[in-house]
Design a protein around this ligand. Structure first.
Ligand code: PLP
Ligand code: SF4
Length: 334
């Protein structure tokens, strides 16, 4: 299903690719030569957070490997049904931190704007998988209230576009939003948290680059990649375009059992990122969200991994290991 917000009479290239995303687990497993895994897939009726994965991301998965690190991030398996105490729906206290429709302010000077609830990919470990987007998104004409709130709070100097994935909005809507923000004098930086340049690199098209290049503030783009295999030539091109538009590129990952919980995988990710001129920013421990307990890496193991990584790589390639603690005034280092 393509959200109305990205619908237009003539689909741009990236929108056609978005629409062609795989949503049927059987089709995905068939394409990967893993038909026997179908028995372990959760039935859609029991899962409000269905499979969704763009084909360019599928193309980077290894055929015939049930443990492929990209596949594991998106395939809804029966592991998710195992209840675990402490793994809850609103794992990071977002509901308590609402300020206006679509605005979450937890930290000094920064306000996070949920520009849309939509993503091109559904990541099984996502801390927002149970978040009531429909009510909270600032999109669809509700931006004015969000912008009003920012205007009324002069300590907010950085606006963070988040979601969902803000780049799932068409560029004209992004331009409307930043046009309104441009009239707020105390906004001095724009940050965009997005996974789209990784999972659907065609999103970084000419209109997007023109929009970025024309913004009146320095722009920081925080990407989200968890494994070196998520990069390929198309991703490199997309990232080069973002840089050419003047954006500073950082990456945050989530430490995920069976995906990147070994030092070789983490080192390869940092090295691959650097080759694409992206610097590591954070590596988050998993938020305790219901359905994701099988991705958990114990704290001691997480610390040991990052210490080992620190001994191996230059400091600027070692991400900060942090946890999201509800009520804390910053991401909390482990
Ligand atoms: C993570 C987050 C930020 C950004 O924190 P930084 O440490 O500046 O990256 C801002 N607002 C909210 C609500 C967040 O969850
Ligand atoms: S792209 Fe980000 S917000 Fe969207 S499902 Fe994945 S982790 Fe969650």
């Amino acid at each position: 299903m393509i959200p109305a917000s990205i619908m237009s009479a003539q689909l741009e290239g990236w929108q056609a690719e978005w629409r062609a995303a795989l949503t049927d687990p059987a089709e995905l497993l068939e394409a990967l030569n893993l038909g026997t895994l179908v028995a372990r897939v959760i039935r859609p009726t029991r899962d409000a957070f269905p499979l969704r994965v763009p084909r360019p991301f599928v193309a980077r998965m290894r055929r015939g490997d049930p443990h492929d690190p990209l596949l594991r991030q998106v395939l809804p398996l029966d592991d998710e049904l195992m209840p675990r105490p402490g793994f809850v729906d609103d794992a990071v206290g977002d509901l308590a931190a609402r300020n206006a429709p679509g605005v979450i302010r937890k930290y000094q000077g920064r306000a996070l704007l949920i520009a849309t609830g939509t993503c091109a990919v559904n990541c099984r470990y996502c801390f927002r998988r149970h978040f009531p987007y429909a009510e909270e998104t600032a999109s669809l004409g509700r931006w004015r209230k969000a912008v009003d709130w920012i205007r009324a709070n002069p300590d907010v100097s950085e606006v963070i576009l988040s979601g969902g994935d803000p780049l799932s909005l068409v560029t004209t809507r992004l331009a409307e939003l930043t046009g309104e923000l441009a009239a707020v004098p105390h906004v001095r930086r724009l940050r965009i948290h997005t996974r789209l340049p990784i999972v659907l690199p065609s999103r970084v098209d000419e209109p997007l680059v023109r929009w970025l290049g024309g913004l009146p503030w320095p722009v920081v783009i925080v990407l989200h990649a968890n494994h070196a295999n998520e990069f390929d030539a198309a991703v490199d091109t997309a990232l080069a375009r973002l840089r050419l538009a003047g954006a500073t590129l950082l990456n945050q990952s989530v430490l995920l059992a069976g995906v990147n919980d070994d030092v070789d995988a983490l080192a390869a990710l940092s090295e691959r990122m650097f080759a694409a001129e992206v610097l590591p920013y954070y590596v988050h421990v998993l938020d305790p969200v219901r359905g994701a307990a099988h991705f958990e890496v114990p704290d001691d193991e997480a610390r040991r991994l990052i210490d080992t990584l620190r001994a191996r790589l230059p400091g600027y390639l070692v991400p900060r290991l942090v946890r999201e603690v509800p009520g804390a005034n910053a991401k909390t280092p482990l």
